[in-house]
Design a protein around this ligand. Structure first.
Ligand code: ATP
Length: 235
């Protein structure tokens, strides 16, 4: 479905991604793990068209989308939930969710998807008229994910959905990611919480200072001594 081939991405003179390659097959959850500043967010921003790679290709559903405008990429079925769960604070929960579907015209289907989001996140249904800026961190994360679901993506890019959340909420978010995947959405998940990410992923990549240094099945990475020491707290 997605094949990233040796992309180089720069911020001015600073190279943030170095010949990064990775693949995501349809139906999978693929995770990208790595420390602060490794380049995880940069990769997602490049995939969704917010940054342009200097070299390399991004093949998605048969075409090269590298450097295409973000609007075109969203239309082709890629939704990005950025780090820090940016919701529109002065709009209600429901208005935020409706915004997620702004490119769609199928009113009835949009209504169905709204119901689906409320089914996945009952908390959002309870708070549908509440201003989003007053939601808790975990609720805002749910809203950011719900809004992305409303775009009916084929590929969902999630940037550190567990960041700053209490352990119970982290569990809820990860269970939901699996649920979204079961309903047919392919997922590329960026995480610092390697334990949780590897527990739900099929394939995994480790990125260090802009380079992919390890890749394999999530099971292989969970079993690797090197990964355990560096990313799984040595357990
Ligand atoms: P984190 O988990 O801390 O968000 P990350 O793996 O997502 O880390 P990136 O945000 O992709 O890392 O950053 C990769 C590198 O690029 C870092 O060294 C960072 O300082 C640099 N960088 C990111 N954004 C910019 C920017 N707008 N201008 C200059 N350098 C940037």
């Amino acid at each position: 479905m997605l094949k990233v081939d040796k992309i180089d991405v720069y911020y001015g003179n600073i190279q943030a991604l170095k010949e990064v390659s990775l693949e995501v097959s349809e139906g999978e959850i693929v995770t990208l793990i790595g420390a602060n500043g490794a380049g995880k967010s940069t990769l997602l921003k490049t995939l969704s068209g917010l940054l342009k790679p200097k070299n390399g290709e991004i093949q998605y559903m048969g075409g090269n989308i590298a450097g295409k405008p973000a609007q075109t990429i969203v239309k082709s079925g890629i939704s990005h939930v950025p780090e820090g769960r940016r919701v529109f604070a002065n709009m209600t929960v429901e208005e935020n969710l409706e915004l997620g579907a702004y490119l769609r015209k199928d009113k009835k289907e949009i209504r169905n998807d709204l119901d689906k989001v409320y089914e996945i996140f009952p908390r959002l249904l309870e708070r549908r008229k509440q201003l989003s800026g007053t939601l808790s961190g975990g609720e805002q994360q749910m809203l950011a994910m719900g809004r992305a679901i409303m775009a009916r993506p084929k590929l969902l890019l999630l940037d550190e959905p567990s960041m700053g959340l209490a352990p119970l909420m982290v569990k809820t978010i990860f269970t939901t990611i699996e649920e979204i995947n079961r309903t047919g959405t392919t997922i590329l998940l960026v995480e610092q919480n390697a334990n949780m990410a590897l527990s739900i992923a099929n394939q995994a990549y480790v990125i260090e200072t802009g380079r992919v240094v390890v890749s394999g099945t999530a099971k292989e990475l969970q079993a690797s001594e090197q990964i355990k020491q560096a990313y799984l707290g040595g357990i």
